[in-house]
Design a protein around this ligand. Structure first.
Ligand code: ASP
Length: 462
């Protein structure tokens, strides 16, 4: 017999079915044993009657989290036994055959609670058990559904998803790079991408016009609140679009997503309010204002766009101007004289998407005019040679017919944390790291064999 899922048997009263899954819990009532069987879709009640002695005795040995397979008849439950809290609450399985597929030790923690009170290190060490928890399943399933939906929405608007390399060269997002030594090019290192920024711009030069990617980004930052060394962005780049079109597309994408998957949530204001960086700092003393009307209401989503960021900021420690976002952000002027004279007054086509006081996205139009780019680097105090060393590939690409382009990237982990009312992005990532960057389940990072280091000609300074 072919195995069925618990979600597939609700209407099969009177039929024989085969089910497999985990023993969620067991209740003995004298001559009758009830087991809740759990599979990926839910629970169903199994009934073992004392009349079949062998079967009953085997059922008596079952313990929580054992993996079993059963065959039996789907029966309607007697009226007073109906459990409306369960999707399968109107039926049960009168088991005729039972097979134990594997046994389980006692779990290190309870998985039938929401788990918030269990020490996080323990949850992360046994993440594969923690993920059995209903809350975690729900979080990861919503994540999957939303990502599939976003992919479809973008596909319908003519975007294509392109994968870009993980082994690459430093990208200018302002964090430290993770480095990977090259065995074939000794002494040289790849950097893991802080974002696909340069690749997506190069795809615009290549003529793709509408790119997106569910992209993993890596940033080696000091422990700071709710961050992860690797995180997921929905990364987007377009050609011939202005800021307005990018913001409109963003708004439609998020409004449609919320309406479809979280209809219980109320979006505070549509169209999303647009606040300039200057106004935000003056009125809210932050560039991530929380515009919820009622901050205690878990179902309120207050989106807003923060626009018109300054192009440059002064770095006192280094005594130089730096790009607020990255050096390819397009200033709102092409007057190079003005840029150099009053860099602090120059605004950029840069925008953030803020949700309930968290930045969940950011992007910009890019400078593609070589003179403006050169002026930007000069203001930042970089020599042309140094710039060429770092960004030569991009600068050269721009000499072969570059369209005006711009984009945005959304931090999906944070978005999902807010959608699920979770306190941390670790609750919406299947295998997150601790705040100090350790994977407790795999035991990473870890030392490596002397042999591996030798091959790479790397020595550890003790
Ligand atoms: N690469 C930028 C970031 O990760 C987003 C963008 O400018 O499109 O913040």
């Amino acid at each position: 017999m072919k195995r069925k899922l618990t979600s597939e048997i609700i209407d099969l009263i009177g039929e024989k079915v085969k089910l497999s899954g985990w023993v969620d819990c067991r209740r003995d009532h004298g001559k009758i044993i009830f087991i809740d069987l759990r599979d990926k879709d839910g629970l169903v009640q199994l009934v073992f009657l004392g009349s079949d002695k062998d079967l009953y005795q085997l059922a008596e040995t079952l313990r929580s989290e054992w993996v079993i397979s059963v065959e039996g008849e789907v029966r309607g439950r007697p009226e007073k036994m109906v459990n409306l809290d369960m999707i399968t609450g109107k039926i049960e399985i009168a088991v005729e055959k039972l097979e134990v597929l594997s046994q389980a030790k006692t779990l290190p923690f309870d998985i039938n609670t929401n788990g918030y009170d269990i020490h996080e290190e323990k949850r992360l060490t046994y993440r594969y058990l923690d993920l059995r928890r209903g809350r975690m399943k729900k979080n990861l399933m919503l994540r999957d559904k939303v990502i599939q939906f976003m992919r479809r929405q973008l596909g319908e608007k003519g975007f294509i998803e392109v994968e870009t390399p993980i082994l690459t060269k430093s990208t200018p997002e302002g964090a430290r790079d993770y480095l990977v030594p090259s065995r074939l090019n000794l002494g040289n290192f790849y950097a893991l991408p802080q974002s696909p920024q340069q690749y997506k711009q190069l795809l615009m030069v290549a003529g793709f016009e509408r790119y997106f990617q569910v992209a993993r980004c890596f940033r080696d930052e000091d422990t700071r609140g709710d961050r992860q060394p690797e995180f997921t962005q929905l990364d987007i780049e377009t050609s011939f679009w202005g800021q307005e079109e990018i913001l409109e597309m963003t708004e439609a994408l998020f409004v449609e997503t919320v309406k479809k998957f979280c209809p219980e949530k109320e979006i505070t204001q549509i169209p999303f309010p647009r606040i300039t960086y200057g106004e935000a700092m003056e009125k809210y003393q932050t560039d991530r204002p929380d515009l919820r009307k009622d901050k205690n209401n878990p179902d309120e989503l207050a989106f807003c766009f923060v626009v018109d960021f300054p192009a440059f900021e002064w770095r006192e420690e280094e005594k130089r101007w730096d790009a607020v976002h990255h050096p390819f952000t397009r200033p709102q002027t092409t007057d190079i004289e003005e840029m150099k004279r009053i860099p602090d007054k120059i605004l950029a086509y840069q925008y953030d998407l803020v949700l309930n006081g968290s930045e969940i996205g950011g992007g910009s139009l890019r400078t593609y005019n070589p003179d403006v780019l050169a002026a930007t680097f000069e203001i930042m105090g970089h020599t042309w040679a140094a710039i060429y060393e770092k960004f030569g590939h991009l600068l050269e690409a721009f000499e072969y017919g570059v369209p005006p382009h711009g984009g945005i990237a959304f931090g999906l982990d944070r978005f999902f944390a807010i959608l699920n009312n979770e306190p941390s992005i670790r609750e919406v990532i299947a295998f997150p790291k601790t705040s100090d960057g350790r994977d407790l389940m795999m035991g990473a990072p870890a030392g490596v064999d002397e042999e591996q280091l030798k091959e790479l000609k790397i020595g550890i300074i003790k």
